[in-house]
Design a binder for this molecule. Structure first.
Ligand code: SAM
Length: 287
């Protein structure tokens, strides 16, 4: 069964002009080899979450806010791989919700999900996820895993997380753009920046203005700590926030961080297990 697409006014309906898959001729997302680590961590965690929580939570929801088309093209090798929605669709969640801004991409995702049994329990919201999140209904009494995978910090304001938190009990896996999102734009983040500053929206306040700005790396670290504080203020436990994984490109340049947050020690236990299962032995796993 093909998942229902809920089209919102904010949807981008422009025709698809980028690459298409050589397998099904549908839109495909250009990417780098580094998506492999992101997808492995996500799927390892999603599997532990969906099966491990089966007896305690009848309703287990997988929510992905920036879903993409379900297929990626690894630029360097020319090889295609599945996108995150297709990597998790066979896991033991009872409901799947995806949001995607681009209509052609959302349609490609719906077609690619159609053959799977769980497609019957899947909805796709096409439009800005900041609109979609206000309308999405999550069954009460659900435990949700939310994967938030934007291409820049401007797309993921903290108000998104606050709304999500009001709607459902959730664990979060958030992709935070490192170089492009914060470090390389440090020149824009000056104390006179207004309320519309991407960083103010991302953090949900302008506390970043107090951070020293002479060293971009330290500035980024400071922003990250403020973000974790914001998560803590919503009830995510301090010792279950963070343990972030830095994803770098082929030349070891940091691209983004995967930040994990949960309200329960079980979440941290699963995330630690996922990190140990996926990351190389030499990774610093901390305490
Ligand atoms: C990084 S890609 C997603 C990749 C996918 N999660 C994966 O790993 O296979 C981000 C996607 O978010 C979509 N997007 C960008 N801004 C959005 C918004 N405000 N709301 C919903 N989707 C958005 C883009 O069209 C793009 O397909």
């Amino acid at each position: 069964m093909k998942p229902t697409i809920r089209l919102l006014d904010s949807a981008d309906q422009s025709p698809w002009k980028d690459s298409v898959s050589s397998t099904d001729r549908l839109p495909i997302r250009d990417s780098g080899a580094w998506i492999d680590t992101k997808h492995k961590l996500l799927t390892y965690y999603a599997h532990l979450f969906a099966t491990g929580m089966k007896n305690s939570w009848k309703s287990r929801v997988y929510l992905e806010l920036f879903s993409g088309p379900g297929r990626c093209l690894i630029r360097k090798t020319g090889k295609e791989d599945l996108g995150s929605p297709l990597k998790v669709i066979e896991h033991e969640f009872t409901k799947f919700i995806f949001t995607e801004m681009n209509a052609a991409v959302a349609e490609a995702l719906a077609q690619r999900l159609e053959p799977f049994e769980n497609a019957a329990n899947t909805e796709i919201w096409c439009g800005d996820c900041a609109d979609a999140i206000n309308q999405i209904q999550i069954p009460s009494g659900s435990l949700t895993l939310a994967f938030i995978d934007p291409t820049g910090i401007a797309h993921a304001p903290f108000s998104l997380i606050e709304t999500l938190h009001r709607k459902t009990r959730c664990d979060l896996l958030i992709n935070i753009q490192h170089g492009m999102g914060i470090k390389m734009n440090i020149h824009q983040y000056t104390p006179d920046a207004g309320e519309q500053s991407a960083l103010t929206k991302f953090l949900g306040n302008d506390s970043w203005k107090q951070l020293p700005r002479h060293n971009p790396r330290e500035f980024f670290r400071g922003v990250l700590e403020l973000y974790k504080e914001q998560l803590h203020s919503l009830g995510f436990k301090r010792d279950c926030i963070g343990r972030e994984v830095l994803i770098t490109n082929d030349s070891n340049t940091p691209l983004y961080l995967l930040l994990f947050a949960s309200k329960h020690p079980k979440g941290k236990e699963f995330w630690d297990k996922a990190m140990k299962g996926v990351l190389p032995m030499e990774f610093d796993f901390g305490s």
